[in-house]
Design a protein around this ligand. Structure first.
Ligand code: F6P
Length: 321
């Protein structure tokens, strides 16, 4: 049981909904009579003792905001045992007895190393737009990011149709194709190129040319960054088809924005679960969702397994294209 204090931090690439999750951790812990500290700027902040006690008011006016009020950073120093020890000493200084880490694969890996080396209880929440954390079919921010991409696809469809162009849209996802395939299906794109599935540009070009001969006015191709460069693929397609082609690399716009209701709700539910579990003595678990229900995953399993893309999504994208 934790009676004194826990800490919450965000780490790795920020995602819409991280604030909602942190807010839920803070307010749940305080409601249990446990103090909460915020670790600012991720693991680097832990090393530099950028740690401050939080109140309920600290997390006011946050649920609607993207990004993370705690800040985040990628820390090379924390990748070393010495760096992790330094961070742990700061946690001890503040009498912090447990840690909630909101982040992606890399951040949760850092947390599992910290826990193994120091014994400090850790509960993780999957905070990344990539939806690539093993054991959960949802990660905080993936819904908002997918909506941002679909909004961009809707806008690109207008101009592609006006000019009878092929439009290539490169999206984020690190090594996961979930954002690409989900936004391609929801956006009605003709193709989704993802790292998990082999693709052949010449045969895609042949299909596009045939569709144009039948009167198709445009074609939308979503490319996951892990599957290749949208700019290179666009050049190849234009050379082969001789059809006017343009490329949009959406970049970091996919990381921002006010979180959707889904991200706010799920992030809040995960934040509450994490705080209650940590305070009750749990450790080395990650909370996520499976078919709409909150599930707990072993932290080491989550970071040592690679999530695969749902083949049903791949099939659906093909059928509906
Ligand atoms: O992991 C989230 C993510 O947005 C990936 O999709 C992307 O490849 C990466 O972060 C970009 O990292 P950075 O913000 O450090 O450029």
């Amino acid at each position: 049981m934790i009676k004194n204090a826990i800490a919450v931090m965000t780490s790795g690439g920020d995602s819409p909904g991280m604030n909602a999750a942190a807010r839920a951790v803070v307010r749940t812990a305080l409601s249990e009579g446990v103090s909460v500290y915020g670790i600012y700027n991720g693991y680097q902040g832990m090393i530099e003792d950028d740690i401050q006690e939080l109140t309920s008011r600290s997390v006011s006016d946050l649920i609607q905001r993207g990004g993370t009020f705690l800040g985040t950073a990628r820390s090379m120093e924390f990748k070393t045992p010495e760096g992790r020890q330094k961070g742990f000493q700061n946690l001890q200084k503040h009498k912090i007895e447990g840690l909630v880490i909101i982040g992606g694969d890399g951040s949760l890996t850092g947390g599992s190393l910290l826990s193994r080396e120091t014994g400090i209880p850790i509960v993780g929440l999957p905070g990344t737009i990539d939806n690539d954390v093993w054991g959960t079919d949802y990660t905080i921010g993936c819904d908002t990011a997918a909506n941002t991409i679909v909004d961009a696809i809707n806008k690109l469809r207008d101009t592609a149709s006006a000019h009878r162009r092929i439009m290539v849209v490169e999206v984020m996802g690190h090594h996961s194709g979930w954002l690409a395939i989900t936004s391609a299906i929801a956006g009605g794109a003709e193709y989704a190129l993802v790292p998990e599935v082999k693709y052949d540009i010449p045969s895609i070009c042949e299909d596009i040319q045939k569709s144009y001969e039948k009167g198709k006015r445009y074609s939308l191709i979503v490319v996951a960054e892990g599957a290749g460069s949208g700019i290179e693929i666009g050049k190849q397609i234009e050379e082969i088809t001789q059809i006017d082609t343009r490329v949009s690399v959406l970049g970091h716009i996919q990381r921002g924005g006010s979180p959707t209701v889904e991200d706010r709700m799920k992030a809040s539910m995960l934040g509450e679960k994490a705080a209650l579990a940590l305070i009750s003595g749990a450790t080395n678990i990650v909370f996520g969702f499976n078919e709409g229900k909150v599930v707990s995953i072993n932290l080491f399993d989550a970071v040592n397994n690679t999530k695969t893309l749902d083949p049903e999504l791949v099939r659906l994208a093909r059928v509906l294209a």
